[in-house]
Each structure stands twice: as structure tokens, then as C-alpha cells.
Ligand binder design. Sequence first.
Ligand code: PLP
Length: 354
Amino acid sequence: MSWDIKITKNSNTNLNNTDFSSLGFGKTFTDHMFIADHYDGEWRDCRIVPFGDLELHPATFALHYGQSIFEGMKAERSSDDRILLFRPDANAERFRLSAERLAMPIVPDDLFIQSITELIKVDAGWVPKGIANTSLYIRPFLFGTDPILGVKIGDHYKYVVIIGPVGAYYPEPVNVLIQEKYVRAFPGGTGAAKFSGNYSATLLPVKEAKEQGCNQILWTDGFEHKYFQEIGTMNIFFQIGNTLLTPSLEEGTILHGVTRDSILKLAKDKGLKAVERKITVQEFLEAYENKTLQDMFGAGTAAVVNPIEGFVYHGKQYNLDFMNREVSKLMKAEIEGIKSGAIPDPHNWVMVVE
Ligand SMILES: *Cc1c(COP(=O)(O)O)cnc(C)c1O
């Protein structure tokens, strides 16, 4: 199905005032945004309008009760000047799963994809060209807007897409705290949804982690702090011996990362042994001690692959400079190559915006 999207052009552009060499992450936005409203059981008034503030009723449900979810993905420009998306169907599916967990109406996959592609076409001049490590970040989000203070499932929702050029996400090396005080997710909770509250709940733990010299948290399960879950915005991978390991998804405590899934598939293509299972802190520490730990990295859209340089456990700092990191380098090169159209795309993951 094709959705009818009304376009109102911005009479001003910020493009010429934007310095693409010092973008950072999430600070610069394009000239337009997409908005759709849900009421009386349907998505309505799909529109692309000049980027600007949203006007909200003070009783807006999401502001009081946190009914809000989001997605994060990137568009890149290939060397032959096409604009490419990486597995947008996987983000559409995850957005549906997150909406269902938060009892919100789903955004149909065709509306999700069309809202993004139409918005990118209007702001195509903002997709960075020929500057290393830059891309266009895409942030779809959905939140409850019923102007009612009662806690119940509503009928009014807003689906919005904002986009903006970004540079590399984590410029500094990652030192993780193996967390045993706070909990990110537990079976039956919201850990598998890209749900806003999962992120605000980590701000205080991350602040405390900084006091121990860590800039990220490696979360463990809430019952025994015995099994690894993930990093706040990235999935975790370990290579022990010849096996690439990542925590399995079945308990519903881990976000279904598109990068995670892509790494698992590419690892199998490359003949590597890649396993999803429960991973204990204990076996990790043993692999560290006997130096069978070969690699350890976070995986997510923002940085693709982010090497973990060190970790803190029970107040002690450990460093990881002995690892060979061959797998993380290979995975980063493969995914970046496919995403930017520089190498073949055997799984048909790339979608051209046209
Ligand atoms: C978004 C996110 C990831 C990474 O998912 P990608 O689809 O690979 O970007 C991992 N963990 C959490 C908690 C996330 O929010």
C-alpha cells in the first residue's frame, strides 16, 4: 500500500550553515520532519513539514507515563551517489514489536519505510558525501498523546521521524563496568523493546560507572548477576578460542540488534563458529585469565562494531590490549562495506532510496 503524504516545504535551509566536519551525534537535524497522528483507530494526516517544535498538551500521556518507543538507523551515500538504507525491514519489524509491548498501535511496515524514504528524498542534500565516518542518522519514534491523566490504553499517538547527519558515535575508547548493583532488564520486562524508559533508567548507573573510570555498563542478569546481557545501546560479543559468542534472545531481556543479527549471519558466511547462548561472567573471567579471550566488542548501528578496551569488575581495572581483534575488524569492514555499497551484498540487505 502507498500512503498519501502531504509535503510542506521549508522556505529556509540550514544546510549551508552546517559544518559536516564536526557533526558529533544527534545535534544536527535536517530542514524537514515526518509526522502522522493516530486517532479513531487509524493513522491519519501523514505529512512532511518544516523541522520544528512539537506542540503538546500538558497532560500528554507519554510525558507522564513514559509510553514512548524509538528506532535508530542510518542512510549512507555510495560512491556512485545512490542513497542506501541497511535492512530497514528489520527496523520496521522491531518497531512493531516495541509498539506491541507498550500497548501502542503498530506503524505498518509500509508506512514506516515510506515515511523514511520520502523524508530522505526531501532532505537528500543532507546525506553526507565523501567525508569519512559520516552518515545520515534516522530516528523514528512513537508516543502516546492522549491528554488524559488516567493510566489506560489510549487512542491518540504521534509517529514522528527526524533525521540528521552524524559523525562517528563513540570517539573515546570503551571501558565497561560489569554491573552488579543496578539491573537493566529482567524476564517479562521491557528489555527487548526499544522503549524510552530503558534508557533514562541507565543514566544514574552510568554516572556512577564514570566515577569508576568507565564510560559504559555491561549489564548482567537481575537475579544472580551471573550472566551477561548487553551494553546500554549495544549488543555484546566475545570471541573465546575460535568461537564467537553473544547472549541468546529467548529470555526477552536483550534488544534484537540488527547489527547483532548481521554479524551472526556474516560470521557463518565466513566459516566462523558463531553461537548464541547464555554466557557467564565466570567463563569470561577464566578466558581473560588464560588468554583464550581473542576479542570483545559492542555491536550497534551507531558505531557498527565498538572494541571494548578494558573492564572493571569488583572495583579492579583489567585491560584487553593482548587480544588480536581479527573478528571485530573483519565484521566492521564487512558491514561498513555492504552498507556503503562498496562490497557485494549477498543477503540483499541494502535498499536504495529512489
Ligand atoms: C538499539 C540497541 C542496540 C543495537 O541495535 P542495532 O539494531 O544493531 O542498532 C543494542 N542494544 C540496545 C539496548 C539498543 O537500544
